[in-house]
Design a protein around this ligand. Structure first.
Ligand SMILES: Cc1cc2nc3c(=O)[nH]c(=O)nc-3n(C[C@H](O)[C@H](O)[C@H](O)COP(=O)(O)OP(=O)(O)OC[C@H]3O[C@@H](n4cnc5c(N)ncnc54)[C@H](O)[C@@H]3O)c2cc1C
Length: 303
């Protein structure tokens, strides 16, 4: 219930103004966001790289409603890719398609993403596509399909809570899809999304097995120890080496586990968001865990 309220609040501009212009302390934001500037994120990724953990660089922002906003986001991503080359950091780049104009001009969004994927490939990195609210799933998958043959390292996030995801994967089977598997972070109705933890986790396990059988370089994006264990076992059962898949987590969450896994020889990447548009991202993180909300409320009261 509380989680749903927070997810509702994450999409409401008036609540956003109240929180962002209110007394929210920087410390809460800092726990989950690397900073406002690209250089803050680069520093955070350098620290991760020193611990054998890769990065997934994310410019915060979503739901862009005009072409200039999409151009600006694409330009900032290009600048980021150039800085990745200049600094030699180990990171991919993650993009929300509504940031590149998916909601109002799919063709232009594809053009933007094509440029980013080409530039990333040229400097030896790759682009990942975040998955957003259910209304965008069909179009997001279509954009991935259009570009995947030209940019095979492109990775697409799919959500285990959606009932449709097994069918979506089956429909991509002819060329092994490169997927980041997540539980799903938005508030979706029961007709289209599982609501119970047991059902979501059950589907996550099923999809993990599917990806080990038919996918390319599965990205297991979760902080859930039992699901990570399941993926490790799936690799073992398939007689594959420890680094045949990637474990992905979010900046500021389960840092010790991230390092432990990297030390054990697993490939680990951490999603590192930066920028000033942190509000919806932060609210989704609050919704995932009551303890985060307590931390957040304590900071509000302390100010
Ligand atoms: C790399 C990465 C990329 C993602 N990309 C997308 C995307 O494109 N689209 C999308 O819808 N979702 C995305 N997500 C979010 C995802 O859908 C989940 O909402 C989020 O990962 C929480 O689910 P969980 O699998 O970690 O399991 P949970 O059951 O939520 O958590 C398992 C355990 O992890 C720890 N934990 C989890 N979340 C938190 C938190 N916020 N703070 C502190 N501890 C926590 C707790 O110990 C908890 O018991 C992404 C997640 C990751 C890790």
């Amino acid at each position: 219930m509380l989680g749903r309220t927070l997810l509702w609040a994450s999409e409401k501009p008036r609540v956003q103004r109240f929180v962002t212009e209110g007394k929210l302390t920087r410390s809460v934001v800092d726990r989950f966001v690397a900073g406002e500037e690209l250089e803050d994120a680069i520093r955070a990724i350098k620290d991760l790289n020193a611990k054998k953990v890769g990065g997934i660089l994310d410019l915060l922002g979503e739901g862009v409603t005009d072409p200039r906003g999409a151009e600006a986001a694409a330009a900032e991503y290009l600048r980021s890719i150039n800085r990745i080359e200049a600094t030699g950091i180990d990171t991919t780049v993650s993009v929300k398609l509504t940031q590149l104009g998916l909601a109002f001009d799919k063709g232009r969004c594809i053009d933007h993403l094509r440029v980013l994927a080409a530039e990333a490939q040229a400097v030896g990195t790759s682009v990942e596509i975040d998955m957003e609210q259910a209304d965008y799933v069909t179009d997001t998958i279509e954009v991935y399909r259009v570009l995947r043959s030209d940019y095979p390292s492109l990775r697409l996030a799919l959500q285990a809570y959606l009932r449709r995801t097994p069918a979506d994967l089956e429909s991509m089977k002819e060329v092994p899809p490169r997927i980041r598997l997540v539980k799903g972070a938005y508030s979706e109705p029961p007709e289209i999304a599982f609501q119970k933890t047991k059902e979501i986790d059950g589907q996550y396990r099923y999809l993990t097995d599917w990806l080990f059988a038919h996918g390319d370089d599965p990205g297991i994006a979760t902080h859930d120890s039992s699901l990570i264990h399941h993926a490790k076992q799936a690799a073992e059962r398939a007689n594959k080496p420890l680094d045949c898949f990637e474990i992905q987590m979010l900046y500021g969450i389960r840092r010790e586990l991230q390092q432990q896994l990297a030390q054990q020889g697993y490939r680990v990447r951490v999603y590192v968001p930066f920028g000033s548009a942190w509000y919806p991202y932060l609210m989704r993180r609050m919704a995932e865990r009551p303890a985060n909300l307590r931390f957040f409320l304590r900071a509000l009261v302390r100010d």
